[in-house]
Write a protein that binds this ligand. Structure first.
Ligand code: FES
Length: 500
């Protein structure tokens, strides 16, 4: 079976989630194909796209692009099934993680592109890489198909000031892909407000991306996933979580972005761009299964989510925890500086208090309650063992939604969360250190302030400044414009002073 029913031309076939096949000038580019469960067997593509698996594994592709290392984009089981003669296009991250991984898989032809670097796939078919230029290692790709510009941002947050314009079609995330706030133990009313705020922020960020890129059309993509393990069922609730479906937010988008065409695609649908002067044509996939029934989907994939329960679950020992955190801290010594924090790990009725920042001390105390920890992480023994044995990272464990969280006070701690999320790639925490030391400033609205957001490096050239408050356009942290004190989102201050 071929990808397109008609003769090959110019088009995009949607594979579900953030996956596409783009074809132009007889050249085929496979992008972020995701089929098998991610993050400790918890995330599955939604709707189910398995009817396209053969199409992808037996198809002919000239190029493959994988945007970043998250398992819903870098699906190693699927990638092992692909022809190794495909030329792989990857972002050139500081960690070189993508280059190393594809080399290890046996792909000999890997093209690593830096921010805004282009590569010609065929005459009239060029791709340009767009990176999240902060410490985060995410990327998007701009495809130029003889003047038709398709920007696949998936879940990448390239700084607004770096985004390209004149985009014909933008594919980007609208739904969440994060454990906050749903994995925290907030009372129902607090949770409802926090969910509402995050959903609003996600949409606001999307509206800005649409406006800044000048996108004529928008393609909802890169989520939400679904959770088939019955213990994670609560995260399929589209109202109570940060994982809405497009139909839940479509009206708000239409109101905020009037005139922007929305291409709502399902796995297998094709956007034809060749024979439609000035427009697009969507061909629905007649092989696609009927509307998704999650119970039936769960049954079909029982072996795959059930594989989580085949993983080792022996309780970890105090020595293993000590060794793990000692290594993590020593790798990130310069990043941590004089940082100190008491955290508690709880698994299977046992708990361990970890005093981060006290490398020289015996910092794990088992089964006692000598400290009031600021962060508590609740894990099942399987998840704990997977992390401690470094078969998975904290980032992946948190994304799996298999970790419960409590913090006291209820304040985001950037250093602690970054140690967990990026500590196994110290090149990323070192970059965070550099970002903190960056002294570049911008002048706006009578203020001189630091150019890059202290949270995750967004360019504050596009910040909203209103009623004495500076608001970052990416995750919407807010600062007092006079004092620089963070008043919403986190704790890190903003360097700001009045222009004289
Ligand atoms: S980058 Fe996250 S709030 Fe600015």
């Amino acid at each position: 079976m071929d990808l397109y029913r008609r003769a090959p031309g110019t088009g995009l076939r949607y594979l579900g989630h953030a996956g596409f096949v783009a074809e132009h000038q007889g050249v085929r580019l496979l992008m972020d194909p995701w089929f098998y469960p991610a993050f400790l067997h918890s995330w599955f593509p939604y709707p189910d796209n398995r009817h396209l698996l053969d199409v992808v594994t037996s198809g002919r592709f000239d190029y493959l692009y994988v945007s970043h290392a998250h398992e819903d984009h870098y699906d190693e089981r699927l990638l092992r099934m692909l022809d190794r003669s495909i030329t792989v296009i990857v972002p050139r991250y500081r960690s070189r993680i993508m280059v190393k991984r594809f080399a290890a898989l046996g792909f000999a032809d890997v093209v690593a592109l830096g921010h805004k670097e282009s590569h010609e796939l065929a005459p009239g078919f060029t791709v340009t890489m767009y990176l999240d230029t902060s410490h985060k290692e995410d990327s998007g790709l701009l495809l130029d198909l003889d003047g038709y510009r398709f920007l696949d941002l998936n879940d990448c947050n390239t700084p607004m000031s770096e985004l390209p314009g004149d985009v014909d079609l933008l594919a980007a995330q609208y739904s969440g892909a994060m454990w906050y706030p749903n994995c925290y133990d907030y009372p129902p009313e607090v949770m409802r407000k926090k969910v509402e705020a995050v959903r609003g922020d996600l949409l606001d960020t999307l509206y800005r991306k649409v406006r800044i890129t000048g996108a004529a059309a928008y393609l909802p993509s890169a989520g939400p996933a679904c959770f088939l393990d019955p213990v994670l069922e609560a995260y399929n609730d589209r109202e109570a979580t940060i994982f809405p479906q497009w139909e839940d937010v479509a009206d708000r988008f239409a109101e905020a972005c009037p005139g922007v065409e929305v291409l709502r695609l399902f796995p297998g649908d094709v956007v034809r761009l060749d024979d439609q002067p000035g427009g697009t044509l969507v061909e629905r996939d007649s092989d696609a299964p009927p509307a998704e029934d999650l119970a039936a989907y769960r049954e079909r994939r029982r072996d795959e989510w059930g594989a989580f329960y085949d993983e080792p679950a022996e309780p970890v020992t105090i020595e293993e925890i000590e060794a793990y955190f000692a290594k993590l801290q020593s790798w990130n010594k310069r990043f941590l500086g004089d940082f100190a924090k008491d955290v508690r790990l709880v698994a299977d009725g046992r708990m361990w208090d970890v005093r981060l920042g006290h490398l020289a001390e015996h910092f794990v105390i088992e089964g006692e309650e000598p400290y009031d920890p600021e962060y508590t992480l609740l894990l099942c023994p399987r998840t704990m063992r997977a992390v401690i044995e470094e078969r998975t990272g904290w980032e992946e464990a948190l994304l799996s939604m298999r970790v419960g969280l409590h913090r006291e006070p209820d304040v985001f701690d950037l250093t602690f969360m970054s140690l967990l999320r990026y500590g196994n790639q110290p090149v990323q925490t070192m970059q965070m250190l550099r970002e903190r030391q960056n002294t570049e400033t911008i002048e706006r609205d009578g203020l001189r302030m630091q150019r890059f957001c202290p949270h995750a490096g967004e360019d504050l050239t596009h910040a909203v400044i209103c009623d004495g408050v500076v608001e970052c356009p990416r995750h919407h942290w807010k600062w007092d414009a006079t004092t620089g004190e963070c008043v919403d989102g986190g704790t890190l201050p903003l360097r700001v002073e009045p222009l004289t």
